[in-house]
Every structure is written in C-alpha cells, then in structure tokens.
Ligand binder design. Sequence first.
Ligand code: NAP
Length: 642
Amino acid sequence: MSRNPHAGVPFEASDAEIVEALKDVSIPTLLLSLVHLTGDPAIIRGDLRPAGLFLNEVQGYLSEEDQERARALALDLLIAYRDAGCPEPAPLGAEVVHEMMEWLVCEPVPDQYVPMLMEEMELDGRDARALRSTRGAAWDRPPVAVIGCGESGLLAGIRLKEAGIPFVIFEKNAGVGGTWWENTYPGARVDVGNHFYCYSFEPSDQWTEFFARQPELQAYFASVMDRRGITEHIAFSTEVAGATWDDETGTWNVEVHRADGSIGQVAASAVISAVGQLNRPNLPEIPGRDAFAGPSFHSAQWDHGVDLAGKRVVMIGAGASGFQIAPAIAEEVEHLTIFQRTAQWMFPNPNYHEAVGPGVRWALRHLPFYGRWYRFLIFWPGCDKGLEAARVDPAYPDPQVAVSEINDLTRQMFTDWILSQIDGDDELAAKVIPDYPATGKRTLQDNGSWLRTLTRPDVELIRLGIDHIEAGGVVDVEGTLHPADVIVFATGFKATELLWPLEIRGSGGVDLREMWGDRPAAYLGITVPGFPNFFCMYGPGTNLAHGGSLIFHSECQMRYIEQCLLALAEGGHRQMEPRREAYDDWHQRTQAEIKTLVWSQPSVRHSFFKNAAGEIHGLSPWRLVDYWGWTRQVDLEDYVMS
Ligand code: NAP
C-alpha cells in the first residue's frame, strides 16, 4: 500500500537542520504532528497547550519559554523518527482526532462539524469529495461544456476527468486562473491564507508567502492543471458568448468565439458555468471619462506598458483591489490621489505580507499531517464565526454603529487597530473610520500598509464625490482639480449582473438573465428550473463575506454537480432540472435569511453586494457546515428527471 500522501516525505535532515527548521514552525501544529508520529496523545494532555484562538495567530499565544520546551521535545522525537526511517504513522482514533481539534482551537468543535472537517483534512489520505463513477455507466451523449477555467472551472475539469465524463473547458483568456490570470495589478495577493486557499486535495508546501501574490497563485493553478492532465481539455482564448438549450435533442448549443475571429457551435449535454461573480470590470459612468488625456485602465486590466515612475496617479475606488494597489505603487509614483467613496473596515493580520520561512516549508513537506492541521488552524477561526458577528439583533440601539453586541465589540477592535496606527491624527481618523457597522462589507486584511501609505506626504485620500473627469485630471464635487497623468479605476466588478454578458437560453428560449433581472437565484446556488442540465459554480447566493474560502464552496458545488451528471448517466435520463417548489423555497429562505444579516442593512449604503433595490442575491447567508451538508448528497426528489 502506498504511503498516505499527508504522512510526510521521509527525511534525513541532520540534527542541526531539524533545530533550524523548528525555529519557524507553528508550535501547536508541530505538537499535533508529534501525536501522529508517536501515537501518544499524552503530548497534548499536559500543560503545553495553546492559550487562545485568533485568525492567523498560529502560535496559540504560547510563551517563548513554552515554545522552547515544545521544540526540545520535538527535537528528540524527530531524531528518533528519522533514525527509525520515518515510518508511516498508524491512523489515530476518531476520538483522539476530535480531542486534537479542540485542543488546537481552544474551544469545543461541535460534533456536527467533525465529518466536514475530517473530509476537509483528509487524514486518511483519501480525497472523499472525488466520486469516481464505479458503476461504469457509459457517457453516451455529447461532452459537458465548462465555461471558464478559474479555480472552479479547473476543479470541474479535474472531477469530470476522474468520473470519466467527457468535457471541454472554454476559457476566454490565454491561460488558466481566471481572477488570478487577469488581476495582475501591483500588490495583488489573496486575502485568505494560502495553506487553506488551495484545493483540499492539492495542498502545496511551496507557498513562499502566507498570502501569496498573483503570479504564484496563477502558477499554482497552472501546475495543478498540468499535473491532473486537464490542459488538453481546455480551449484557451475561446470565449463563450452563450448557450441555447434545444428541447428537441435535449442538448445545449454553445456558441464560442475564438481568438482568430471564427465562431463555432458546440453541442454539449450539460453546461457548467464557472465564470465567477467578480470577473467583468465595472467602469462607473463618470462624466468626461473619455476626455482624460493620459492613460487610464481598470485594476483588472492593468496596463503594464504604462510606467508609473514619477507620474501623478489618481486612483478611483479603494475596496479590496485599491487597498492593495496604493501601498504597492506609492513609493514609485510622484503623487497618488485616492478617491474613496466609502471607508473600509480592516482586520488586523500581521502575517499578511510575511514570507513563509524555510522551516515551515520543511515541516509542511516532511512532518506527518503538519500541513493538514495547519490548514484546519486557518480554516476554523473563519468557519461560521463571522456569521455570528454579522447577525442583526433588532433590539440593538443604533444600527448605524453596530447591529449587535458582538458586532459592536468587533467594531471596537477594528477601530482600536486603526487608531493605533495613526498617531492621534483626528483628521485622518475621521476619513478612515467607517460610518457603518463592522463587517458590513467584505472586511479587508491589513498589516498596517494601507494607513502607512495614507500618511505619506505624497499620498492624498479624498473622501469627496467626483464631479467629472477632464483632460488634466479628476475634479471633485467641490470643484478642485486633482491633476493626473494616469487614472486607475479600482472600481470593482459587475457583481450584481451575474453571468453578464453570457446569453443563456433555456427551455422554450427563455433568457436566463432576462428572467433573473437583478434578482438572480439558483437552487443551492447551482440549478435553475427551465434550464435543464445547466449548473452554476459560484452561482447566486454562494459568494462568501463571512469567512471560509470560495474553493471550499466550489468543492461542495462540484461534488453535487458530479452526482447530478452521474445520476443522468446511470439512470438513463436525458435531462434534469430542479422542481420549481424547491427553487422557490430555497430562494425565499435565502432571501429571508440574508435580510437578518449586517450586509443587508440600510446603514451600509454602498456595497457591490446590493442591487438597485438594496437587496442581496449574490451572497450566501448560510453556515459552511449547512451548505456542506445540503450539497453533500443530491436528493433526486428535488429534480424533474426525464
Ligand atoms: P470593490 O471592493 O467593489 O471596490 C470598488 C471600489 O470602487 C470601492 O471603493 C467603491 O466604493 C468604488 N466605486 C465603485 N463604483 C464607484 C462609483 N461609481 N463612484 C465612486 N466610487 C466607486 O472592488 P474590488 O476592490 O475590485 O474588490 C471586489 C471583490 O473582489 C472583493 O470584495 C473581493 O471579494 C475580491 N478581491 C479579493 C482580493 C483578495 O483576495 N485579496 C483582492 C481584490 C479583490 P464603495 O465602497 O462606496 O462602493
């Protein structure tokens, strides 16, 4: 039997090399690895234990002295393990693993979460989300078409390949990665820890930073694509314009536009949309936008041909992207003016720009299950807790300030973090402390670089509206011209116009986006009545503002979709679509739930989550554990199969 892939690669490191590696590692994670290695839970039953939990605080507040004690213990055990030839550890019992979970996060991990976490952690070395059709049903129909090859489209390809279902992925770009292909702006990096923000079944011990930058993320997806043999299934530089369901033949006709200008029609038995929600740039209609004399571009379409050195740059918009761009370019430009309509809440994260030390990489590679526990340690603090802080207590006095006691405490923590950085500058404080409840928009990760940038003499934050743009710059509503050589639009995406500009026509020629208007919905965020064999990944109601990772959600969705496809093949059905009642019930419940959460509050005036009526249809209001449970096994009673 082959070695469990998470049991660590056997090593021959010298004692001194082990000592060196242990300087970097997360000590609580190390201790759990030692439990595997020795099979002895007594290691975590003494007084060496983490003292608290906070997202990205991976030392569990252990004192330096305790960390040293743990390293000394580890050194002896690792030397013995090495000298014994690094044998694969015996599996631990379920109760011990549960005890280890609770020990690491210093709180109860309810039984309901354990199966989900066990699946996520794969301690048994088995990728439980991969179905692999064992019933040998032949796919006697056209291939499945996947639209887009970002993280979710690539995942779709991996799973379809495993299941033996023929497929083709159409990708408008020349390479894999989606968001991580397109967003090459300076400073672009992920804001979910990378040892969690990667496929559960494709961990990497190679991340050079805890929150990797765009090139490294794109390279990760490219390497997974190669390793999993997906490349030959992808039509790059091929944009899907739309897809039309043919009631007669029970197939989709997918219209593709190729880079050479040719247009093709491809028959598909099913379509998986994997286009994401944040892909089409939003360029606000500011009067005079076209009158600007210099170069201007959107953050997701960065023009690397424009040299910013010595230039006066105006950046319009400062959400997640602008927040990363400003610190990255401030040094280089002559002057940076930032127009920010709404101040952003930010979460203190000292690791945000930190490099992964060589010891951590060594531990990830060689120490049994170290990477698995590290993944859990990053996942758990963001697993459903954000939802508690987002829930509105209707009795709470001032919803403009906070929506509940816990939300108020979060506000206080975030405010203290801001104030700690600005050295009593009241004018700046008034500009940067948001006037809406904490977590009301997607909270940004911060290590101090944003406010440090704002305090530079050559950087100016403008909190006024824009009147117009003219040849020489941007004029605010008070009539002041802010001169610019270059304008950067960090103004986000068409997040409420899901699937725009795709034209998806279902049964009877119904246009999906017309049917949706600005209230898109899908059963479980995945399927839509009247649109047979059409599946969304990262569809309506599945964006995450309360934690987790979209990759986690994608893995849930793709398992569900794969089950649907296998049910079609194995049941000899031509098509399936959700029952109208299931869809209506889901939409109504999701809408009712989202209204109980902070993101829907009128106090959050501007938010890309909201449509013109102030409703939210893109976000998930659900706990990860619930969504995981609902998508774990498709219930064919929810579907009309024919
Ligand atoms: P965003 O968060 O929507 O920010 C857009 C910015 O443009 C905001 O400051 C917004 O102001 C402003 N804006 C939009 N329309 C405007 C108008 N007409 N006039 C003036 N200002 C306007 O977009 P983003 O920064 O591209 O980020 C979008 C999402 O992408 C994020 O929430 C996140 O999910 C993802 N993202 C993630 C990362 C990461 O992982 N590190 C990085 C970038 C993006 P208001 O706030 O007032 O609307």
